[in-house]
Design a protein around this ligand. Sequence first.
Ligand SMILES: [Zn+2]
Length: 334
Amino acid sequence: MKFLTCHLISKATLFYTLFFCFVFTLNAQESKKRLPIIDVHVHAMGGNLNVPPLCPWFLKNMPGSGPDQEQPSFMNTNCISPLQPARSDAEMDAAILRANKELNITMVVSGDAKAIHRWHKAAPDRIIPSLGISNADEMTVEAFRDSLSTGFYKVMGEVAPQYQGMSPSDISLDEYFGVAEELGIPVGIHMGTGGNGMANLSRPKYRASLGQPFLLEDMLARHPKLKIWVMHAGYPMVDQMIALMGANAYVYVDLAGFIWSYPLEEIHAYLKRLVQAGFSKRIMYGTDLMIWPGLLETSIEVIESANYLSEEQKRDIFFNNAVRFFNLDASKFE
Ligand SMILES: [Zn+2]
C-alpha cells in the first residue's frame, strides 16, 4: 500500500499534537535478549508535518459513499491512541535506527533512494536495499541491470503493476524479471489488497481482479529460476494463494499492510488458513511500514498474540523463512 501516504499528504488536515507518544519501551539491556526479526516490506521515506495519526485496523469500518457525496474515508483517527507520524526526516531516521538496534529488526527497504542510503549508512547490516519498478517507463532494462549490478540493491520490489492496471505477467515487465532471474535477485510483487475505495480515490487504474495470485503463473513459467514473494499474501484471495504456492515451491508470501489495516479477526483467519494449509515455512513477516513508526510494534504484537501458532512457527514467520528465502547467513544475526 505504498501509495497511501501520497494520498494522505495531499488530503491531510494538520493534526498538531504537543506530545509525540511513539516510544520504544525496551532499554538497551533488554534488547540484547531480543531474537532477530526480518521485516521484508518497508517503505523508505522522510517525515512529514502534514500527515495525520493512524489507527491500526482502521478498515474494520468501510463506509459507503457515492460519486456526488463526500469521498469515502480511507482511514480514521477515531481510536484511543492513534499512532503518530514521524514529523521530520531526523525523527523517521532515528525511529528506524532504534528499531534496527533495540528491536533487532533487519529490514528490506524500497522507496525513497536518499532515505535508503541514509538508513543503510547508519546500520549497514540491518538494511537490505530493494529496487522497485512497476512500469517500463520508470527505467530502461539496461539502467535496471546497471543498478542491480552495483551490488547495493539486493532485492527487486515493490513491483506493483496492479496499480497501473496491469497483470504481473504483462509482457512489458518480462525483461526486468529476466534480469532478476539471471542475477539471482529475489522479487516482491504487490498482489491483492489496496484499501477502501482505492480506484475512486487516487488510483483510477487500480483493479481488484489484477491482484489475483493466479495471474503470476505465466510469468513464473517463463522464469523457472526466479524467486518471488507475493506481498500482502494476495489478500483476500487465499484459495488462489494456496493453489499457487502448492504448484510453485519457490513462492513465498508476506503479511504486510493487511496486518495492521484490516480487522484483527480477519487477519488471524487469513493467516491461520495459510498455516492450516501447510505453508508456515513460506510466510514471511512484513509490515509495509510507512511514516508511522509505531506500526512496527503493532504488527509484531499481532504475531506474538496468535495463539494458533507454535513458538517455532512464530520464529519461522519472524525470521527463519526470510533467512532461507533471501539466502542470508543466520549466524550474522546473533
Ligand atoms: Zn503493496
